[in-house]
Design a protein around this ligand. Structure first.
Ligand SMILES: C[C@@](CO)(OP(=O)(O)O)[C@H](O)COP(=O)(O)OP(=O)(O)OC[C@H]1O[C@@H](n2ccc(N)nc2=O)[C@H](O)[C@@H]1O
Ligand SMILES: Nc1ncnc2c1ncn2[C@@H]1O[C@H](COP(=O)(O)OP(=O)(O)O)[C@@H](O)[C@H]1O
Length: 297
């Protein structure tokens, strides 16, 4: 059932717990391409209260367990989980660290444009730094994050921001307000490289945010350049966006490379009611009401 935030979790019993909040690309402009093929991006990004949840505790031997709505997808191949990559990378950077038990409650759909894997990797870095009592320079931690994925440095911050490059050049967006939102996904995984391959124009106009106190106005003038190729690949993206709009969303857009779309609603109650109705109409799809964090907190 849709809810407004983080429910109680099995991870609450762990020595250290961390939220891995969903990343929402409010805007994503593709402005060029690097020599190595990676695309240059300019993004306005915020984070939702809803997300995965991780627990960390001392143990006799390393251990990793999974639970949650979307655990099954990852349970097939736990050894390749980004959580373990983050653990191993941090342990190496710290010059060794004791065994640890990690639990991941997987509430976010996988490969869905809201950066669940990146948020889990970032939460692992934050959680293990705390559990192990390790202090590293912030640039070192940011470097480890970027090694784990382009979105991981942003997820490390989990606060509204503008990111450039491939996501590593970050400035906080301190005046961005909180939004009441419904996340909607037809539960069709989307391959990020495939969406980038389908891009026709790679030198689109940059992200220009009008200096206005009305952020919704500013966001309306921006784009997600990956939405058109994603719609061609997954027709349900158009359908689910129309469903959000029909439920009263003030604004809808796809996040990242999809297929998750978000609808911004007037109030948290309006978002909750919309998610309930959408869930009743399509119980096989994913609808989640949530609120995003305000900047400058
Ligand atoms: C599009 C974004 C926007 O926040 O989010 P998601 O859709 O993943 O949530 C990210 O830039 C996703 O970055 P990242 O997390 O590194 O992408 P991956 O899934 O690892 O896919 C990597 C592949 O996608 C292509 N790729 C990715 C990022 C980028 N800036 N240019 C690219 O061309 C490359 O072919 C690369 O090998
Ligand atoms: N903890 C994790 N959560 C989600 N995906 C993971 C995780 N660890 C590894 N992956 C792999 O990373 C890929 C991208 O996942 P994800 O971060 O959910 O994508 P997106 O950024 O598009 O939402 C998936 O195909 C999955 O196999």
């Amino acid at each position: 059932m849709p809810d407004m935030g983080m429910p109680t979790s099995v991870t609450d019993d762990f020595a250290v717990a961390e939220d891995a909040c969903a990343k929402i690309n409010l805007a994503l402009h593709v402005t060029g391409q690097r020599a190595d093929g990676y695309h240059l991006l300019e993004m306005l990004v915020t984070f939702a209260r809803h997300g995965d949840r991780l627990g960390f505790a001392p143990a006799d031997a390393d251990d990793f367990t999974l639970s949650g709505q979307f655990a099954d997808v990852l349970a097939e191949d736990p050894g390749t989980n980004l959580v373990l990559k983050a653990r191993d990378l941090l342990r190496e950077a710290a010059g060794g660290a004791p065994p640890v038990r990690i639990h991941l409650e997987k509430n976010l759909p996988v490969a869905s444009g809201i950066g669940g894997g990146s948020a889990d990797a970032a939460a692992t870095l934050r959680g293990l730094l705390r559990l192990w009592g390790v202090t590293l320079p912030s640039e070192t931690v940011a470097g480890l994050a970027l090694k784990l994925g382009a979105d991981v440095p942003m997820c490390l911050k989990s606060t509204p921001l503008i990111a450039r490059g491939i996501g590593e050049k970050i400035e906080t967006a301190d005046t961005l307000p909180s939004f009441a939102m419904v996340l909607a996904n037809p539960l069709k995984g989307v391959s990020t490289p495939e969406i980038f391959r389908r891009l026709v124009t790679k030198n689109n106009p940059p992200l220009v945010l009008k200096k206005t106190p009305h952020w919704m106005e500013a966001i309306r003038t921006t784009r997600n350049d990956l939405e058109m190729p994603a719609r061609e690949l997954v027709p349900e993206i158009a359908e689910i966006s129309n469903m959000l709009a029909a439920e009263g969303a003030l604004f809808t857009r796809m996040s990242g490379s999809g297929a998750t779309c978000f609808g911004i609603f007037e109030t948290p109650v309006a978002a909750l009611r919309a998610a309930e109705r959408l869930h009743a109409a399509r119980p096989d799809w994913y609808f989640q009401s949530t609120e995003t964090f305000a900047g400058g907190a």
